[in-house]
Design a protein around this ligand. Structure first.
Ligand code: DQA
Length: 145
């Protein structure tokens, strides 16, 4: 069973981008850690795009391939009805992840369109949040089986 982990704009620069906020670890480390955290029988596909429509396409693809989605939509979190609509077409568990504590930051980061669909939200746990999302998705999927 496949868990898709989607990352939005600027997260390709994770590790280099504002490390005082997002830390020094890269998205490759996130991928390695998530593979290690995935229980037996679960695989990980981690993707990143700076383009809203590509994220929408990958959510549609996940409808056919994946049992759950973990998503850090980056700044699209706060703007994208299109990503919310796409997630609303997905039937499995959706967990929203933010590396930083968005509630401690500018007020425009306090609202999330993704939260209107997410089954859980992990905020401010650094990159550990992705591993927690993987474990949570696996537990939800196992409990439903
Ligand atoms: C982020 C928080 C967003 O507000 C920001 O635009 C990001 C990253 C986070 O992981 O903390 O790009 O989603």
């Amino acid at each position: 069973r496949l868990i898709t982990i989607l990352n939005g704009p600027n997260l390709n620069l994770l590790g280099k981008r504002q490390p005082h906020i997002y830390g020094h670890d890269t998205l490759e480390t996130v991928e390695t850690n998530c593979r290690a955290a995935a229980p037996e029988g679960f695989e990980i596909r981690l993707r990143q795009s700076n383009h809203e429509g590509e994220l929408v396409d990958w959510i549609h693809e996940a409808r056919e391939t994946s049992c759950g989605i973990a998503i850090n939509a980056g700044a699209y979190t706060h703007t994208s009805v299109a990503i919310l609509d796409a997630l609303n077409t997905f039937e499995g568990p959706v967990i929203e992840v933010h590396i930083s504590n968005v509630h401690k930051r500018e007020s425009f980061r306090h609202h999330s369109y993704i939260s209107l669909r997410a089954d859980g939200v992990i905020v401010g746990f650094g990159i550990e949040g992705y591993e927690a999302a993987v474990r949570r998705i696996a537990n939800i999927v196992k409990a439903a089986a």
